[in-house]
Ligand binder design. Sequence first.
Ligand code: ATP
Length: 517
Amino acid sequence: MAQNEDVFKKIVSHCKEYGFVFPSSEIYDGLGAVYDYGQNGVELKNNIKRYWWEAMTLLHENIVGIDSAVFMHPTIWKASGHVDAFNDPLIDNRDSKKRYRADVLIEEQLAKYEEKMSKEVTKAAKRFGDSFDEAMFRQTNPRVLENQRKWDELHARYEKAMNDNNLDELKQIILDYEIVDPISGTRNWTDVRQFNLMFKTQMGSSSDNTMDVYLRPETAQGIFVNFLNVQKTGRMRLPFGIAQIGKAFRNEIVARQFVFRMREFEQMEMQFFVRPGEELKWFETWKQNRLRWHKALGLGDEKYRFHDHEKLAHYANAATDIEFQMPFGFKEVEGIHSRTNFDLSQHEKFSGKKIQYFDPELNESYTPYVIETSIGVDRMFLSVMCSSYEEQKLEGGDTRVVLHLPKALAPVKCAILPLVRKDGMPEKAREIMDMLKFDFACRYDEKDSVGKRYRRMDAIGTPYCITIDGQTVEDNTVTLRDRDTMEQQRVAISDLPSIIGEQCSLNNLLKSMHKND
Ligand code: ATP
């Protein structure tokens, strides 16, 4: 674990050093849990967004996009339940003066039991080799059974306390399980209180006509309140979806783990409207579809798992998270929720406008049910970064830091490097750049030794380096160096677009995820 924490720290500083992510307002000592994306970060983030957007809107004839405003009528947040119930249970430690989410403290305790069990399993698997029967081991090993018993017991209490909204019981659990503050190491806890996560501000110029408005805590409501607009103007027939990418704001209590939990972040959400009664079938379909989208990136199939929700929101009849293995454990990257007809019915009630769909096949009107897929751009960014980062030992004792980014997402696709700054090489390099730059993000670099330039490109995950040397000027060939294998091959300049395009195009990525769609 300590080793993983170390790696995570390195990734965070790598992000800063190479222009991916900067702390916000850094020259003023930063602003808690707010970050800026730098020159490489924004490109990676844009590529992630494009991959999602195109997977939704190009691969599905029945999904369209919108871009709704951050500010919305405040009654929307009454109707959605956010004013009354968008709370986290918080608890303070009197010694460290740090604030925590009570539910997160308890979930970390559960994770400790899980970790102990999987350690036993890994140890035994090594010992028994091929003959190892994991299921049998889990059912019989006394240490695993003891931890499983503790897990079950804690889990049952926790689930009940959350379902009953019982804040006293949450505190009692923390005391009974002797959960200590990771900073002060003490158990000097305050009571658990509810805390609303929405940011409030005022709209209007004079004091008598100002109105309290909220910064949206999710993009989804912008889709629901535009349901009729899109359905009517787009002549959409059920089932159909509306996708949106945009900023969301939450006054998170525990702001840790870099861009994993921010106060201003970006979401990619899609609401899929279906006939009542068909929602669970669509829930399953979207679970599989979204997992395919993730896996097509090649970050490692074993790094994903579904985590079904213990506590369903009162409006949901199924919910799961797609979790990704970060250096700090399996964490939610995306939520998939079957939200019933709750949101549309609530907006119908609060706005007084009829929000229904006339189904020509059934010849009746009804309020559609909704399956939501909701993924955080920044968490996706972090999972890509964490699984791509490698410190590699090279032959001869050298090391290099390389980002094995999925090629279609890399901020720069190819670097164009004249070997030396003379003998016509820079001019030839510029010619190649002019040929490639309309299709690929290219970077020209002629400073320092070519070895140093390769390292700089490895560190930002550039899949290809094109080196222009003496021979290029004579026969129009270059060396093409692969980021991952570091192998170089001599290729004709005229072949560059097809080689780079084949490996780096977003289209090919989309095709690979679409295969089984
Ligand atoms: P958590 O339990 O981690 O707070 P959540 O269940 O509240 O997350 P949702 O409301 O389901 O999250 O939001 C959908 C997605 O938005 C999440 O899966 C996550 O990727 C992203 N997200 C939510 N809150 C944040 C945040 N504070 N910073 C970055 N991304 C976030």
